[in-house]
Design a protein around this ligand. Structure first.
Ligand code: F6R
Ligand code: MG
Ligand code: MG
Length: 364
């Protein structure tokens, strides 16, 4: 137990209301009660986006702390009990193991954690998305921390001018690699332009070494010849005084970029920035949604939230997202709306191939 503060966001889908589009309020009440009873935490905020419960927690125990992870796990187990009682959809869907074993990583829930020295004033944003994958943060994180057309501070603020170090994970090979920006920008882009495989895990200031952002990036597992484990992701970003301003961190979402996920985790669609109230993906189980909750940290207390995308300046992004959705939906089962064969979460290809066995002729 040190002086440093740890910000942990742990999330899981343990049952949808209705279908895969929301969380029943009883589950959120249960989660709040569980966290309130714990002595491990300094503060917490329980929220949801789509069918995912997000536990935003502060404490002084460091990242990957067994007690904090167990608390999150037990909370999700308790919520699963209620989901089963109400026969909610997919009850317990993200709890992949029967028993907790020290760390929720690899057990189903998504995790983003950062340890930090709380600055004189510490504004943070927790971004949470539904119906997409961790690589969905690559584009906005690059814009925030590396694109001078997005973040004016990279050019005109001496505290940002030194650039940032990006830690990128290869989700298939389970490897990590660092890039120093701006000079290695082109090398970085070769990788993060392929968000189904390479995802930005964390970003550090080169000036101070401080962590500026981290995401719930997790490895993909090869199952029956396909990579699975795409998860509705979260990402936390520190703002101001050496990091992107709040407005610079929110700006990338003015363009609803295309992400993988949407219906059956097998489609490409625009990431629509919405208020917490609007975070219920309905049309074709989407389009994918992102919310942004802002907090001022105060001796570990989460002062907030500020629901950033509940702002008319994001109306246009939502309109553009709807137009993109209209266009893509008209493509139906064709790529690029439907994802490529290796990226789809659902497929009937093996069964159809078996059925057609013997009907394929050689062509010269
Ligand atoms: C995507 C998602 C939904 C479901 C779809 C089918 O991440 O959660 O789009 O994939 O509603 O769900 P099942 O297979 O449970 O009927
Ligand atoms: Mg679900
Ligand atoms: Mg979800």
């Amino acid at each position: 137990m040190g002086d440093k503060l740890t910000l942990s966001t742990i999330k899981a889908d343990v049952g949808g209301f209705v279908g895969h589009c929301g969380v029943h309020p009883d589950l959120l009440d249960e989660a709040r009660q569980r966290l309130a009873e714990s002595e491990l935490l300094l503060d917490f905020h329980v929220t949801s986006v789509g069918d995912d419960i997000n536990l935003i927690m502060t404490h002084r125990h460091g990242v990957e702390h067994e007690g904090v992870h167990r608390l999150a796990w037990d909370t999700f187990v308790a919520c699963t009990g209620i989901a089963r009682k109400l026969k909610l959809y997919g009850a317990g869907q993200d709890l992949l193991k029967d028993a907790f074993s020290g760390n929720v990583k690899g057990m189903g829930p998504g995790v983003a954690e950062m340890e930090l020295e709380e600055r004189e004033s510490e504004p943070v944003i927790v971004f949470m998305a539904d119906k997409t994958e961790p690589g969905a943060w690559n584009y906005p994180l690059f814009k925030m921390f590396a694109d001078p057309f997005n973040t004016a501070g990279l050019v005109i603020d001496p505290k940002l001018h030194g650039g940032f170090r990006f830690e990128v994970h290869d989700l298939m090979e389970h490897k990590a690699v660092d890039f120093n920006l701006p000079e290695e920008m082109y090398d970085l882009l070769v990788f993060i332009g392929a968000p189904g495989r390479f995802a930005i895990k964390s970003i550090f200031s080169r000036e101070t070494g401080w962590i500026g952002a981290t995401s719930s990036t997790q490895k993909l597992n090869l199952l029956a010849g396909r990579y699975v484990g795409k998860d509705d992701p979260v990402c936390m970003v520190r703002c101001q005084s050496g990091f992107p301003a709040v407005g610079e961190a929110l700006e990338p979402f003015a363009l609803p970029h295309l992400v993988s996920g949407w219906m059956r985790g097998s489609h490409s669609g625009p990431l629509m920035p919405v208020s917490h109230k609007q975070a219920h993906p309905t049309r074709f189980d989407g389009p994918p949604r992102v919310i942004a909750l802002g907090f001022q940290l105060c001796q570990g207390k989460l002062i907030g939230p500020q629901d950033f995308f509940a702002d008319p300046s994001y109306d246009r992004a939502r309109q553009v997202a709807n137009e993109i959705a209209d266009y893509l939906r008209r493509l139906g089962p064709f790529e690029p709306h439907r994802l490529g064969l290796e990226q789809m979460e659902y497929t009937t290809m093996p069964q159809v191939m078996t059925k057609l066995q013997g009907r394929f002729r050689e062509v010269d």
